[in-house]
Design a protein around this ligand. Structure first.
Ligand code: GLA
Length: 386
């Protein structure tokens, strides 16, 4: 776990005075329920200790100056006439949040801000949602407004959809906003109702393994999958009048109607329908203390993402295959959008040393890449820390 740099010190030396506040927003790992959120289904993520922190002070004009420590770059823009930046693409998360807040009618003030972060970028642990969420809090504090945490998630998702161009669902922004320490959140992404479910505190750990293959082409492939799901809904609607989202198709109904769908749309829909069912079962078995059954559902989720949804990649598959050879590993799957990024595995504590050792060797042999491991501790959602 890298120690976060203190953004206040950088702020002081760049802008010549102390910041007025510091906020943090976490990245996330999703335990099960992948590519279900934009189909209005179920997800089960946890917020991570990795976070994005922003030190800020309001300005009395309409200018925003943001310095990103990890890029060593500053972006300056006005709140009047917000446009995307091609020169500083990272700044689009801040610009996008300002855009949607203004569009929603909030009167924003300018600010100076310094951003630091420990969420590995491009690893599928939602550094972008964490950045948006921290930027949203920073604008709220600068402007003297306070937005409800669920609405914050909705607005940050909108920033990503409209400004960044990724048609993501609400999971990442929601968990970054509402995460609860030592719990994962069971979220119904249609009603936005949610319930914290305690994670086991002894005997087993959730271990995140990073392929260290940055995910590429994620945006285009992701948007394509989403379009395929929408196509499935259109093709099923004549048989299911009023159908809007795949979350309303049960497994039994899907089996009866799947002949209406061409390949690959039929496999995409199958993944979504079965994944929703897996989440419901996963919550039940976890609450009953059955780690082995939870692990099996995780592994089944990976197979479905690999074979039907086709968002895995050889690196993720190599990590999962290696993990499953270790005795004491209950389950393993890719987490997040896919095409690179990380896996998450449920590992008995006694098996943890062998897990890392065996997975590292097998993975490096298969891919010539070094994996990284993080034992996941579920953290709180976004907050003001100074
Ligand atoms: C990305 C998106 C989420 C979700 C996952 C896949 O993380 O931002 O909304 O769709 O992919 O489950």
């Amino acid at each position: 776990m890298p120690t976060p740099v203190d953004p206040s010190l950088i702020f002081q030396s760049r802008y010549g005075h102390a910041p007025e506040a510091v906020v943090r927003a976490p990245g996330r790992v999703n335990l099960i329920g992948e590519h279900t959120d934009y189909n209005h289904g179920y997800v089960f993520p946890a917020a991570l200790e990795f976070d994005i922190r922003i030190a800020m002070a309001p300005r009395d004009d309409r200018q925003v100056r943001v310095f990103a420590e990890s890029y060593g770059r500053e972006s300056i823009f006005s709140l009047d006439g917000l446009v995307r930046s091609d020169a500083e693409p990272w700044s689009n998360y801040v610009r996008g949040v300002a855009f949607v807040l203004a569009e929603a009618g909030y009167a924003l003030a300018g600010m100076d801000a310094v951003v630091v972060g420990t969420v590995p970028v491009g690893s599928g642990l939602s550094s972008s949602a964490a950045f948006e969420m921290a930027a949203c809090w920073a604008f709220e504090l600068a402007s003297g407004i306070e937005i409800d945490p669920v609405r914050r998630a909705v607005l940050c998702q909108r920033a990503e959809n409209r400004f960044v161009g990724m048609n993501c669902g609400i999971m990442d922004q929601f968990i970054s906003s509402l995460g609860k320490a030592n719990h994962a959140l069971f979220i119904d992404t249609h009603s936005l109702e949610f319930r914290p479910v305690p994670l086991p505190t002894s005997g087993v750990s959730l271990v995140i393994t990073n392929t260290n293959r940055p995910h590429e082409l994620v945006k285009s492939a992701y948007n394509e999958r989403r379009a395929e799901c929408e196509r499935a809904v259109e093709l099923l609607r004549p048989e299911m009048p009023g159908l809007e989202f795949l979350r309303d198709v049960s497994e039994a109904r899907f089996d009866a109607l799947k002949g209406l769908l061409p390949d690959p749309v039929v496999r995409r829909a199958k993944h979504v329908v079965t994944e929703d069912e897996r989440v419901l079962r996963a919550i039940r078995v976890l609450e009953a203390g059955d780690g082995a059954a939870f692990g099996e559902l995780m592994t089944a989720s990976h197979r479905s993402l690999r074979d039907d949804y086709e968002v895995s990649c050889p690196e993720l598959d190599a990590l999962v295959a290696a993990a499953l050879t270790v005795e004491g590993v209950y389950g393993s799957r890719m987490t997040g959008a896919g095409f690179g990024g990380c896996t998450v595995s449920l590992v008995a504590d006694a098996a943890a040393p062998e897990f890392q050792d065996r997975v590292r060797r097998a993975y490096t042999r298969a891919t010539c890449l070094e994996p990284s491991f993080y034992v996941c501790r579920a953290a709180e959602g976004a907050s003001r820390i100074a």
